[in-house]
Design a protein around this ligand. Structure first.
Ligand code: SF4
Length: 699
C-alpha cells in the first residue's frame, strides 16, 4: 500500500480500462488524485484490482492533454486555439455545409466505448435526431460485433449470460481466444481461484498464454490451433458430443427448436467434421479435441469465456454461433456455473452497444426498421427516424474514398491506429471535408481533423459504465473537467449549434441522470434503471424491469430471450489470407497485463516501465532457420505493409506462428493486418495475417 498519509476525501467510481468494471475509491488531496484503492463493495471486483486500474490513472493529468478547442481550415494548416463557442460555430457550420452540399447521408459519427452510457446515447441521438441518418458505429465493430450477431441469432440477445460470481460454481472452464490473465485480470483471479479448488480448464488458443498454466493449475487440454481454424475446432467438439451421444436431449427438447437441432446434428455428425479429419488443418491432435469435448460435455457445470481471438476473424460470427451451439447441446446454459460469456475488452463496450451505437439498431437492440421502436423516439425527439440502416465504419471509409461520405464526428476513438488497413483509413479521412475529433490527446486520427474538441477523462464526469456481465456501475466525478466540460456537455453543445436556426428546440440536459431517465423511458431492458436504484443497490444488471426490478444476474433461465434456442450450422470456410512461399508464417496478436490497447493512456503513466516495446514472439525453429537471435531486430512484412521490432524467441508459439502486442504506435501493427473481415459484421480479421520475418538492422 502506498503511504500517502490521510486523504482529504474519496469518491467511489469505476475503472475506465477493461470490461470487468472494477470499482475504486479515488483518494484525493485537494484537486490531486493521490491513490486508487480497490473498493471492497465493488460487485465485480470485491476489493481486487489490477495494475491498470490501480496505478495507470496519471494520463488524466498528463501534459499531453489538450485543454482548449482547436480548429483549422485545412489539415495542412496549424491548429488554432479558440473558445468553445467559436469551435462549436465552426464545427456546426462546416458539418451543415457538408450535408447541404452532399446530402443528409454524407456525415456520421463514431461513438466511444470509453465514454459513459449517457454520452454514447447522446452521440447516437446526434446522428439520428440531428444529422437525421443512422450513420453511427462503434469500436465494437472492430472487436465484439460478431458477439452481437452470433448470440443475437442463437439466443436472442447480445450479451453474456452470467455474472462473474457464477464462475465460482463452474466445474469446467473453457477459455477460447482469450487471455484473461492479461486482458481481464480481476476476472482471471476469480477464475484461477476456482481452478485451484479443482475445476478443470480447457484453453483453445494458438499461443501458450499465461492463462494456460499457473502456479497452482494447469489446463487439462490446451488446443493450440493454427490461427484461423476456430470454426473447425468448435464444430469438431460438437461432432464428438453428437456422435458419442453426450448431448443433453431433455434440455434440447425443452428449450430449443427440435427440428433445427436435428438438422444441426446431421451436419455436425458428418465424418468430415471429426477431430481426425481436421487434425492436419488445425494442427491439434484429435485425442486432445476428443478429450476436451468429453470433459466439456460430461464434467459437470461447464462455462465458456471467450475473447477477441474468437471474434476478430473472417468467420468470427460463425465461431460465436458454434460456441452458442455447444452450450445448448450440453444444456450448459440458464443456471449458475455455466453459460456463454464474451470477455468484453473496453470498459463500456457493452454499454456502447446497448445504447444504439450500431447503424441498424436503436438503443436496446431494436432494429431501425421496427416502426414501433422508431415511434418511441419520434414522439420524444420530435423528428422522423430514418428507417434504413446506416453505414458501418468500413463503409463510411469506403464511401469517403469514393467521395460520398464527407463528415465525421469521432468521439474517443483513434481509428487511424485501431482500425485495419491504416493506408485506407488515412485515405478516407483525408477525403473528408469535416472531421471532428473529440479526445483527450491529439491522436493519430486528429492529424486529419479540422476540429478538435478536448475530451474529459472518466475522473471528470458523472454517468454509468456497463461491464461484461451487463452490470451498470456508477461513474462519479472525482474532479472538475480540466478543459471545462464533460463529454456529454460537449456533444450537447455541438448538437445545439447544429440545431441553431432549424426552429427545433435545443437539448437541455443539465445532468446525466436526466439522460438515464430518458434511456429508461425509451429502452425496455433499462425500464427500471435509475441513478437512485444504482446508488441504493450498488449496481444493477440489465434487464431491469417490472419482472426483475433489481436486475438480472443470469439470463435465459426459463427460456431463451428469442423463445426457442436456435441451432445453426457452422461450416468452416478458410480465410482468404493464405500463407505461401513469400509469406510463410501466420501472425496473431494480443495484449499484456500492464498495457491497454494502443497505449494512449497506459503509455502516459508509470505502467510504461513494465513494457517499453512490443516484441515479436517467434518459435526457436523459425528463428534458427532465419538466423535470428534473441533480441535481434527483425523486419515483419505482410502483403499490406511492413514494420520492425525485436525478436523474442520462445516456444509459447508453435512453429509457423508468430505473435506480437500492439501497445506502442511505433509497432504499427495495423499497417501489417489485412482488410479481410467477418462475413456478417465486417469485424476485421486482426488475428490472422500471413507474414514473412527476416533479420533487420532496426527501424
Ligand atoms: Fe480495471 Fe479491468 Fe484491471 Fe479491473 S481488471 S482494475 S476493470 S483494467
Amino acid at each position: 500500500v502506498l503511504d500517502i498519509g490521510t486523504p482529504e476525501r474519496s469518491v467511489v467510481t469505476t475503472c475506465a480500462y477493461c470490461g470487468v468494471g472494477c470499482q475504486f475509491k479515488a483518494e484525493m488531496r485537494g484537486d490531486e488524485l493521490v491513490r486508487m484503492v480497490p473498493y471492497k463493495h465493488g460487485k465485480a471486483n470485491r476489493g481486487h484490482s489490477c495494475v491498470k486500474g490501480r496505478f495507470a490513472y496519471g494520463y488524466a493529468s498528463h501534459k499531453d492533454r489538450i485543454l482548449s478547442p482547436m480548429i483549422r481550415d485545412s489539415i495542412n494548416d496549424p491548429w488554432q486555439e479558440v473558445s468553445w463557442s467559436e469551435a462549436m460555430a465552426f464545427a456546426a457550420n462546416r458539418m451543415k455545409a457538408v450535408q447541404e452540399k452532399y446530402g443528409r447521408q454524407s456525415v456520421g459519427v463514431i461513438t466511444s466505448s470509453r465514454c459513459t452510457n449517457e454520452e454514447t446515447y447522446l452521440v447516437q441521438k446526434l446522428t439520428r435526431a440531428v444529422f437525421q441518418n443512422n450513420n453511427t458505429d462503434t469500436c465494437a465493430r472492430v472487436c465484439h460485433s460478431p458477439t452481437g450477431y452470433g448470440l443475437g441469432q442463437t439466443y436472442g440477445t447480445s450479451a453474456g449470460t452470467q455474472d462473474f460470481d457464477s464462475v465460482e460454481e463452474a466445474d469446467v472452464i473453457m477459455v477460447i481466444g482469450a487471455n484473461p490473465h492479461s486482458g481481464h485480470p480481476v476476472f482471471a483471479s476469480r477464475m484461477k481461484k476456482r481452478l485451484r479448488q479443482g475445476a478443470k480448464l480447457i484453453v483453445i488458443d494458438p499461443r501458450r498464454t499465461e492463462s494456460v498454466e499457473g502456479p497452482h493449475y494447469r489446463a487439462q487440454h490446451h488446443l493450440a490451433l493454427k490461427p484461423g481454424t476456430n470454426v473447425a475446432i468448435v464444430t469438431a467438439l460438437a461432432h464428438v458430443i453428437v456422435t458419442e451421444g453426450l448431448y443433453d436431449e431433455a434440455f434440447i427438447r425443452a428449450r430449443c427448436d427440435w427440428d433445427e437441432f436435428q438438422d444441426y446434428m446431421e451436419f455436425a455428425a458428418d465424418p468430415r467434421h471429426s477431430p481426425e479429419a481436421i487434425e492436419l488443418l488445425t494442427g491439434v491432435p484429435a485425442a486432445e479435441v476428443r478429450g476436451a469435448a468429453r470433459l466439456y460435455a460430461k464434467g459437470g457445470n461447464a462455462a465458456i469465456y471467450y475473447g477477441l481471438g474468437v471474434t476478430e476473424h473472417s468467420q468470427g460470427s460463425t465461431t460465436v454461433i458454434g460456441i452458442a451451439n455447444l452450450a445448448m447441446l450440453t444444456g450448459n446454459i440458464g443456471r449458475r456455473g455455466v453459460g456463454v460469456n464474451p470477455l468484453r475488452g473496453q470498459n463500456n463496450v457493452q454499454g456502447s452497444c446497448d445504447m444504439g451505437s450500431f447503424p441498424h439498431e436503436l438503443p436496446g437492440y431494436r432494429h431501425v426498421k421496427n416502426p414501433e421502436a422508431r415511434a418511441i423516439y419520434e414522439n420524444i425527439w420530435g423528428v422522423k427516424i430514418d428507417p434504413e440502416p446506416g453505414l458501418r465504419i468500413p463503409n463510411m471509409l469506403d464511401a469517403a474514398v469514393e467521395g460520398t461520405f464527407k463528415g465525421l464526428y469521432c468521439q474517443g476513438e483513434d481509428i487511424l491506429q485501431s482500425d485495419p488497413d491504416t493506408h485506407h483509413v488515412a485515405a478516407g479521412l483525408a477525403a473528408m471535408e469535416c472531421v471532428i475529433v473529440h479526445d483527450l490527446f491529439l491522436n493519430e486520427t486528429a492529424n486529419y481533423a479540422h476540429v478538435f474538441f478536448p475530451g474529459s477523462s472518466f475522473l471528470e464526469k458523472d454517468g454509468t459504465f456497463t461491464n461484461a456481465e451487463r452490470r451498470i456501475n456508477m461513474v462519479r466525478k472525482v474532479m472538475a473537467p480540466k478543459q471545462g466540460y464533460a463529454d456529454w456537455e460537449v456533444t450537447q453543445m455541438f448538437a445545439n449549434a447544429m440545431l441553431e436556426g432549424s426552429g427545433r428546440a435545443p437539448w437541455g440536459y443539465t445532468h446525466p441522470t436526466q439522460i438515464m431517465d430518458e434511456i429508461a423511458t425509451t429502452t425496455p431492458s433499462f425500464a427500471g434503471v435509475s441513478y437512485e436504484k444504482i446508488e441504493t443497490l450498488g449496481s444493477v444488471q440489465w434487464p431491469v424491469n417490472d419482472k426483475a426490478p433489481e436486475g438480472t444476474p443470469l439470463v435465459h433461465v426459463d427460456g431463451f430471450v428469442r423463445g426457442k434456442g436456435k441451432f445453426i450450422r457452422t461450416e468452416y470456410v478458410a480465410t482468404d489470407e493464405k500463407t505461401g512461399p513469400k509469406f510463410p508464417l501466420l501472425l496473431t496478436t494480443g495484449r499484456i497485463l500492464s498495457q491497454y490497447n494502443v497505449g494512449a493512456q497506459t503509455r502516459r503513466t508509470g505502467n510504461v516501465a513494465w513494457h517499453a516495446e512490443d516484441l515479436l514472439e517467434i518459435h526457436p525453429h523459425d528463428a534458427e532457420n532465419r538466423g535470428i537471435r534473441q533480441g535481434d531486430w527483425v523486419r515483419l512484412a505482410s502483403r499490406a505493409g511492413q514494420t520492425s521490432l525485436r525478436a523474442d524467441i520462445t516456444d509459447k508459439v508453435s512453429p509457423g506462428v508468430v505473435y506480437t502486442t500492439f501497445h506502442h504506435p511505433d509497432t504499427q501493427a495495423n499497417v501489417i493486418t489485412t482488410d479481410f473481415s467477418d462475413w456478417a459484421t465486417n469485424c476485421p480479421e486482426y488475428k490472422v495475417t500471413a507474414v514473412q520475418v527476416s533479420p533487420s538492422n532496426g527501424p
